[in-house]
Design a protein. Sequence first.
Lengths: 165, 161
Amino acid sequence: MDLRSAAKSFLYGNRTIALLRMLLGAMFLYSGYFKVLDFASFARTIDLYGLVPGVVIPFAALTIPVLELILGLFLVTGYQVRPASFISLLMMLVFSAAISINLARGKTFDCGCFELGRFGISEDISYRLVLRDLAMAVVFYLVFNAKRHFYSLENLIEKRRLRHV
Amino acid sequence: MIDPAEYKGLVRQSAVIIIAAFLLGLAINVFHPKGFVLVGRESLERKKIVGITTDEAKHKFDRSSGLFIDTRDGDDFAAGRIRGAINVPAHPESLTMIKLKEYFDTISSPQELVLYCDAGCDSSESIAAKIIGLGYSRNVYVLKDGMKPWVDRGFPVDNGR
């Protein structure tokens, strides 16, 4: 297989895309789970960004972790992949913007992104984190744009449907 | 890329997912062991000192759920006070701090704090702020109309030192 057809297959949706989709989905499940355990400390993290009005913070703190869990579940199982990857893409763009604004303000604090601090990986806001989130946004775009999703419920359902046609 | 009809469907599906996440978040919060108060940070801070009426204070008195703190000076306290009240005068400040330390265990008890002074005075608010400053995390109640309506209505009082 030459490079061109490999790229074509990648963009159309091959096993690598499926693997990336599941990997990012698992990451959402992991980070969402730890945030759901303690909504209040996630609310304090949102507050640190200084971008959301005080009255909105508790509602955002309740919604984002559960949203991460739902998106994670959809991405891992390959169900509702298109809307899930679309929301994920938007979230990554919003997170990148929020971190960039606070870097410009000269602030430093834990970004509260993926709970990687538990593995000893620092998640203090930095341009490296902005690049990481943008890179994830690119991957979500590729997943969003893919026409075929290997190892997905959608694929399975479609196959079953076609068998009965 | 994406055609307008598909875009509409995509936005609708995304909205459904986000709303579902929000509702599920609310539901989880109800049963969450670390239940989360759904008000902004500012309103939480502002609400810490809460003004109450004489009737509301009497209700706390009857249920023995309130610890009454008289914030007037020692002479006024001796002349007449709400039954069971303790005295933490607002002036001089050094005495306030000594009294707060003296009563620290009582103040930290599960009872709700109800502070009062004369009508129109602000010593209750200033001492309430000091108590919150010491790390007291619950609401502190202040009798809005002061001591006088309590006496006028014949509610229980004590006198003497």
